[in-house]
Ligand binder design. Structure first.
Ligand SMILES: C[S@@+](CC[C@H](N)C(=O)[O-])C[C@H]1O[C@@H](n2cnc3c(N)ncnc32)[C@H](O)[C@@H]1O
Length: 420
């Protein structure tokens, strides 16, 4: 039998959303996050395929786009992610705070900036890697911010709101090469003042919080439940048959190292002790440590891995691990879905060492084998603003122009809609 193949599906322009600015609407713009959903895609899925559903889940919740949209639509939601930074951002984005009280707490916090004394914070003991990324002057101000927030006389949600603001500015205030998702020092960087950055971003967040709060209040959706769990998508604690619709987007294979990308927040918030162990839990990592090229339950997946093995055994093992993990996630999705529940997967293919990695087709086969039925497979083009267009033609990783192997790609992705 020929392999499943989506190559001939036409691009559907209704799913392009080229000129929309929804990435900044409500709380969506609180924090940068690689490969986050375009909120319009989630909105369209809910409105076209799940207008009457009650519970929505996202097993790769990331920075919580699905959960924010679910709440805006008055749907109960549950998310899982293995990344504690994702969990923090999602909790804050889905918990808008009464705007006047928040403004008051903000004023109290920034008033304290006048009390900053560098020498009190210069020797702060956090993870040693922070001294690699931060100069002492910025590190002292950021330490002051964390201490000031922790000591505030306010509720936990408000403190977390301010932690997310600090988390967002860490990259700007460190030596990290600004345009890069790879951990790389920029020796030329002019580093801005952390207090100014905090105030600038926090004022934006205060406005967004108010807009989302008023939206939810107006629709009576302020108390719609929303739960974000720090769990592995392969084995969650979500009750069997309890979810009407899954809207999710799995990680790309070996393209982003989420553990590395979020290390600044990870070290400041003391989420990471051992980077080596932390990385391994992420699906799609190139640090999987897997040494087998066997793909269970997908002939197409095995074919892709065999082709890759001729170019790089190491990459072939990582991709085999990725496909095996995806099979486990497919089974988990079917387990948590109610009868007739829907799975809506947004997933892109990639190319590594000239081998087409057809993750969309492989995932589709896994879902079918696990008992799901196709409703629609939609092909959409990804706006260039949301996805780096430059790739390293050898590794498939996102790249920069000065890389000799750099190639421009205009990526598409698929929206796979299936019913249990
Ligand atoms: C493409 S991103 C999802 C982005 C999300 N749709 C959004 O709008 O922010 C993939 C996510 O999968 C998460 N992830 C990777 N391995 C995981 C695992 N084993 N279990 C749960 N989540 C995992 C990553 O931390 C990342 O947040």
């Amino acid at each position: 039998m020929p392999y499943t193949n989506f190559d001939n599906i036409e691009i559907n322009r209704e799913w392009a959303f080229e000129n929309v600015r929804s990435t900044e609407q409500w709380t969506h713009g609180y924090h940068r996050y690689p490969a986050k959903f375009l909120p319009n895609v989630v909105k369209k899925i809910i409105e076209d395929y799940a207008p009457d559903c009650k519970v929505i889940a996202d097993l790769f919740a990331g920075c919580g786009t699905t959960l924010v949209e679910a709440k805006a639509h008055g749907k109960k939601s549950i998310g899982t992610d293995i990344n504690p930074v994702a969990q923090l951002i999602t909790r804050v984005k889905t918990t808008p705070i009464e705007p006047e009280a928040l403004q008051h707490d903000y004023n109290t916090l920034v008033d304290q900036f006048d009390n900053f004394a560098k020498d009190d914070f210069i020797d702060v003991q956090k993870h040693e890697r922070l001294d690699y990324w931060f100069f002492p002057s910025e590190k002292a101000k950021i330490a002051f911010l964390f201490v000031a927030i922790t000591n505030m006389e306010t509720d936990g949600a408000t403190k977390e709101f301010f932690y997310v603001c600090v988390s967002h500015i860490l990259k700007n205030c460190s030596r990290w090469l600004q345009s890069s998702t790879k951990p790389q020092i920029d020796p030329e960087k002019t580093i801005p003042d952390p207090f100014d950055e905090f105030k600038r971003h926090c004022l934006k967040m205060l406005k967004s919080n108010r807009a989302f709060y008023e939206e939810l209040e107006g629709k009576g959706n302020l108390n719609v439940p929303c739960d974000i769990l720090l769990e592995d998508a392969r084995h969650t604690s979500i009750q069997s048959g309890s979810v009407d619709v899954i809207i999710t987007s799995p990680p790309y294979v070996t393209s982003y190292e989420y553990a590395d990308i979020h290390q600044l927040t990870g070290y400041w918030m003391e989420y990471i002790e051992d980077m080596h162990d932390f990385r391994k839990q992420f699906i799609g990592t190139s640090y999987s440590g897997n040494t087998s090229m066997e793909v269970r339950g997908s002939k197409l997946g095995q074919h892709i891995v065999n082709e890759l093995a001729e170019k790089s055994k190491h990459i072939a093992c990582d991709v085999a691990q990725y496909f095996n993990d995806m099979q486990e996630v497919s089974k988990e999705m079917v387990r948590i879905l109610a009868e007739n529940g829907k799975a809506c997967i947004v997933i892109g293919n990639t190319k590594i060492k000239e081998v087409h990695i057809k993750s969309a087709e492989v995932f589709y086969d896994f879902l079918k084998d696990a008992g799901m039925h196709e409703i629609d497979v939609i092909k959409r083009s990804i706006p260039h603003k949301l996805m780096p267009t430059l790739r390293d033609s050898v590794t498939g990783k996102f790249s920069k122009l000065d890389n000799p192997n750099c190639k421009k790609v205009y990526p598409n992705e698929y929206v796979i809609i299936m019913r249990k």
